[in-house]
Design a protein around this ligand. Structure first.
Ligand code: SF4
Ligand code: SF4
Length: 87
């Protein structure tokens, strides 16, 4: 069955150096540098996606030099997702 192309991104805050590469890489503009300061004095990036626009393309993870980005593809079959939207 065909899977949804929606995704969720988790930033591993203690690995992030706040370089902002992921914020530039995301074609949907879903990442920004946050305000929280981590243990090492850096400001980690933040994933924000209220409208469900993340397509799980993983460009953000590929651009991160510190392996601080994890991308998860939502395991919702497209047919079920479409059905849920109609109800
Ligand atoms: S997986 Fe793609 S769409 Fe989602 S936050 Fe990363 S770069 Fe943006
Ligand atoms: S690219 Fe990686 S290290 Fe740089 S801000 Fe994004 S998550 Fe942090």
């Amino acid at each position: 069955m065909e899977k949804s192309d929606r995704g969720i991104v988790v930033i591993l805050e203690e690995y992030c150096k706040g370089c902002a590469c992921c914020t530039v890489a995301c074609p949907e503009g879903l990442l920004r540098i946050g305000e929280r300061i981590n243990l090492y004095g850096y400001t980690p990036s933040v994933f924000q996606d209220e409208e469900g626009r993340c397509r799980a393309c993983a460009l953000c993870a590929r651009f991160c030099p510190d392996a601080a980005v994890e991308v998860y593809r939502l395991g919702v079959p497209k047919t079920q997702g479409q059905k849920a939207e109609k109800e």
